[in-house]
Write a protein that binds this ligand. Structure first.
Ligand code: SF4
Ligand code: SF4
Length: 440
């Protein structure tokens, strides 16, 4: 028997406890420091129990379990719902200080109705029999123009005709005026971004050419929630606005948003994907954002009523009392995510939609698919990324983002590492106020 290669042992931030977990066996335990140190040295108090929990293994037996779990994961992916992004236009009325689409905006010259109809015909043919929904993305899809409104009307018609849900990702500026129209559709959610309370948001997310946007976005969120639409409020964070995140949380709490069942939140890390940002010292790493978020929540725990960070699998573990299934792949591109734009091009996902050279095919005016490129994306998981092969964190990490790997390491199948141990350390301190289940 030897230690499993999937054991993760990490100190719980600010305590004398350690978290030992194994995503392949689905076990997690809190250890005291002397026990954790003995475990690290290979001195085991109760080898039989450690073997029963999959912390000590016969490597051949464990390899078999890993292969079975991988097969189950792949089979599950075949049944997963597919998210199909559609960009009707890259035009936007905001001039956000960190926008990555500013450097590429392909010109669309086709008749919008013809492209939308071709998109749905492609979806009908290509994804028949799969669970799926459509997300309208941009640019800004809810511009205050007759053309933009017509596109939304047609997207609602076409999704309704197929019984599909439609999600909308908007800057929120004209959301209020679109709410009556959206209320006629099968709207899964409306994602709206606020980067802080009024002053900070308006500095980062002003209109092109200047002009405050906060109050209009808030009015849009109010109207959408009142109409029963689900609002997913997103904040894009970097070092310039993290300190205002608590103010945003309190604004949402005081406005009653967090009491509504149709309100949820998410955080995006402002990160360098395709080009150097003008002021990249403001960017957080994958770890430093969550370290600073942890300190912020320590000072102001009410933030948790607004947003509960995942900290790798820590939130899931302590909320559910069990671990999630092993994550062999964290990048849905060309598996459960595809992106389409009004030029008729197909892209692997939202991170590269509209970027010249990233197309993997076309759906209008003619159909084609680059099988070699699709295979490169769709075959990406921790078993095919060479750098992930021996990583103990692989079943919590999933190999990261293929677009980041391609951008920074020149290959889709390169690791984009998550700081799993450090995140678990913080998350188990934040959420782990109670005992873990002790029995297998
Ligand atoms: S490439 Fe990155 S952004 Fe695109 S689907 Fe994969 S993980 Fe998501
Ligand atoms: S991307 Fe990095 S942390 Fe993630 S599984 Fe691969 S080697 Fe491990």
């Amino acid at each position: 028997m030897q230690p499993s290669r999937h054991n993760i042992l990490t100190p719980v931030e600010g305590s004398q406890s350690w978290l030992l977990l194994n995503l392949l066996s689905g076990q997690a335990d809190l250890l005291d420091t002397p026990t954790a140190e003995r475990f690290q040295r290979g001195t085991y108090d109760d080898p039989e129990q450690l073997a029963a929990k999959g912390y000590l293994v016969d490597p051949a037996e464990e390899a078999g379990r890993l292969a079975a779990a991988h097969a189950a994961f792949q089979a599950g992916q075949q049944d997963d719902e597919i998210q199909l992004f559609f960009v009707a236009s890259y035009a936007c009325n905001f001039g956000c200080s960190y926008c990555f689409q500013d450097e590429y905006a392909p010109q669309q010259t086709h008749d919008p109705d013809a492209v939308i109809d071709a998109f749905f015909a492609y979806v009908d043919d290509t994804f028949a029999g799969r669970r799926k929904y459509v997300t309208l993305f941009g640019g800004e899809p809810l511009l205050p123009s007759a053309r933009a409104r017509h596109v939304v009307e047609r997207m609602i018609e076409q999704t309704r005709a197929r019984g599909l849900d439609l999600a909308v990702i908007t800057n929120g500026y004209s959301l209020e005026s679109y709410v009556p129209l959206l209320a006629t559709g099968n709207i899964r959610e409306v994602q709206v971004t606020l980067d802080g309370a009024r002053q900070v948001h308006d500095q980062r997310r002003a209109l092109k050419g200047g002009g405050a946007t906060f109050d209009r976005v808030v009015a849009g969120v109010d109207a959408a929630l009142e109409a029963g639409l689900t609002v997913n409020l997103r904040a894009v964070l970097d070092k310039e606005n993290l300190s205002d995140f608590g103010n945003l949380a309190h604004f949402a709490i005081d406005r009653g948003w967090t009491d509504r069942p149709n309100f949820k939140t998410q955080v995006g890390r402002n990160y360098e994907l395709h080009h150097c940002q003008t002021n990249n010292t403001r960017l957080y790493t994958r770890l430093s954002l969550w370290q600073d978020m942890y300190r912020l929540i320590e000072q102001d725990p009410e933030i948790l009523a607004f947003y509960r960070p995942a900290y790798s699998v820590a939130r899931f573990l302590f909320d559910e009392g069990q671990l999630p299934d092993p994550l062999f792949d964290s990048c849905p591109a060309t598996k459960t995510e595809w992106a389409f734009d009004a030029t008729g091009a197909i892209y692997p996902c939202t991170a590269n939609v509209g970027k010249a050279g990233e197309e993997i095919g076309s759906f209008y005016p003619t159909r084609s698919l680059r099988g070699d490129r699709v295979a490169d994306w769709s075959g990406r998981d921790v078993t095919t990324i060479p750098g992930c092969a021996d990583c103990a964190h692989q079943l919590a990490c999933g190999g990261g983002c293929g677009a980041v790997s391609q951008s920074w390491k020149g290959a889709i199948r390169a690791p984009d590492c998550r700081p799993v141990g450090e995140l678990l350390s913080l998350g188990s301190a934040l959420y782990g106020q109670r005992e873990l289940p002790r029995e297998p």
